[in-house]
Design a protein around this ligand. Structure first.
Ligand code: ATP
Ligand code: MG
Length: 427
């Protein structure tokens, strides 16, 4: 193994033992998104680096130190593996003029890339499902996003383990007023700032409130609150969102320190958080980004959205003891001998014509060893072909789950028998 090639650090393989849970999760989400009228958007994994710099903000963790950026040696362009989905979605919406006839509800899913220190719940390639509602001023869409996520947690069976935190970042003027006060406060406490905070003091002080450094916690807790700077319109918007949550019976807390790690947000921001996954507890996060479409060169239009981390949600399902679905074949086809092997190939195709999932034994071996494989496959039935069966065009069908007698039948009858499941007497 010592000189075998390995996967890139922080980038995971999803093995056959993992993929049924992923596929079940994805199918659940696709159905849930359809129930809310959201339509899928697929964008490239690579974008021009400038897109993310302009959208996410130059002085954010993501842009400063987490992006996989490289120069395309063929033409000298700077390209970046997408670290999140909203910038790409907005780029595509502008490029294809998708808002020409009104607002759009969109979703996307796929891998995202951030050069972070790998740890549980934090990877360099991870996966998100993201939802964007573009061209709507809210607060109705803000509420829809909170209601739909709450429904998803119920559908997944994790509602009891996740709580909602919300905040409002107000408009640009409120953030400017708050910025002045925040800088004053942080300057007065220079000695308590860590390196990151000192560097950001004048470039992006709001980011300091998003600091994950426990040593900065007290300082951040006592900082001037952006909430106190909101104007009447922002307060009314925030109040409507909260009214919508109360109407729907969704519990929430207002967290005045919640600012999010990306610069494009205004008004509503939210995070769904769990205590079951240690420090990586945010499973879903988002908010309103009314300025982003214009900032990226589109006709001004309001928008809001959110993204969830698939790995963290799957870890939460695990943590909550929700078993992954099993995927097993209907039939494991055992065959010994040359004639049997030829008939088995034919029989397996006929069974698949009838809609059955069939694993045809490969690699030879005795009946006994093949039957062991049949058992281990989780198949409901073993279909057995020896010389005698092959000569007569028949199969021996042995139920492997839920009891029942072995029986020998012509191919068509064997297919019908398997389709019918165990005979009533066998159940
Ligand atoms: P965190 O505060 O944990 O770093 P973030 O604010 O950087 O998260 P967002 O950019 O809002 O995260 O992404 C939305 C969601 O994607 C997160 O809530 C999380 O569930 C997931 N996520 C973000 N970064 C990672 C990562 N490196 N590995 C796995 N999941 C991630
Ligand atoms: Mg992060």
């Amino acid at each position: 193994m010592s000189n075998a090639v390995r996967a890139v650090r922080g980038m995971n393989d999803l093995l056959p033992a993992d993929t049924p849970r992923w596929r079940h999760f994805e199918a659940t989400l696709r159905a849930w998104l359809a129930a809310y009228g959201y339509r899928e958007l697929r964008t490239p994994i690579l974008e021009h680096t400038s897109l993310f710099k302009r959208a996410i903000g130059e002085v954010t963790d993501i842009v400063e130190k987490e992006m996989y950026t490289f120069t395309d040696e063929l033409n000298g362009e700077s390209l970046t593996l997408r670290p999140e989905g909203t910038a790409s979605a907005v780029r595509a919406v502008i490029e294809h003029n998708l808002l020409f006839d009104g607002g759009k509800r969109l979703w996307y899913a796929g891998p995202m890339f951030r050069h972070e220190r790998p740890q549980k719940g934090r990877y360099r390639q991870f996966h998100q499902f993201g939802v964007e509602a573009l061209g709507f001023a809210g607060p109705d869409l803000d509420i829809e996003h909170l209601l739909m996520t709450a429904r998803l947690w119920r559908q997944l069976g994790v509602a009891a383990h996740i709580r909602l935190e919300i905040n409002s970042l107000g408009d640009g003027a409120a953030r400017a007023r708050h910025r002045t006060k925040l800088i004053g406060y942080l300057e007065a406490n220079q000695a308590l700032l860590d390196d990151d905070a000192r560097r950001r003091l004048h470039s992006n002080p709001l980011r300091i409130l998003d600091s994950k450094n426990p040593a900065m916690r007290e300082l951040v807790e006592a900082a001037p609150r952006l909430l106190d700077e909101l104007d009447d319109a922002a307060l009314a918007h925030f109040e409507s969102v909260q009214q919508g949550l109360r109407d729907a019976g969704i519990a929430y807390t207002v967290n005045p320190r919640l600012v999010r790690g990306l610069d494009y947000y205004n008004l509503t921001v939210f995070e769904w958080v769990t205590d079951r996954l240690g420090a990586q507890g945010t499973v879903c996060a988002g908010g309103r980004y009314d300025g982003l479409i214009e900032q990226l060169g589109g006709k001004p239009a309001p928008a809001c959205g959110y993204a969830m981390g698939v790995e963290r949600l799957l870890a939460l399902l695990d943590e909550a003891g929700i078993a992954p679905p099993t995927e097993t074949p209907d039939v494991y086809l055992v065959h010994v001998g040359e004639a049997a092997a030829r008939f088995a190939l034919h029989a397996a195709e006929v069974m698949r014509d009838a809609g059955l999932a069939v694993v045809l034994h490969g690699g030879g071996g005795s009946f006994k060893s093949q039957m062991k494989k049949a058992d281990a496959s989780g198949a409901r039935h073993a279909a057995i072909i020896g010389d005698d069966e092959a000569a007569n065009g028949e199969l021996s069908i042995k139920p492997l789950r839920g009891g029942g007698e072995q029986c020998r039948l012509p191919l068509a009858a064997a297919v019908a028998r398997i389709q019918a499941g165990p005979a009533p007497a066998d159940r």
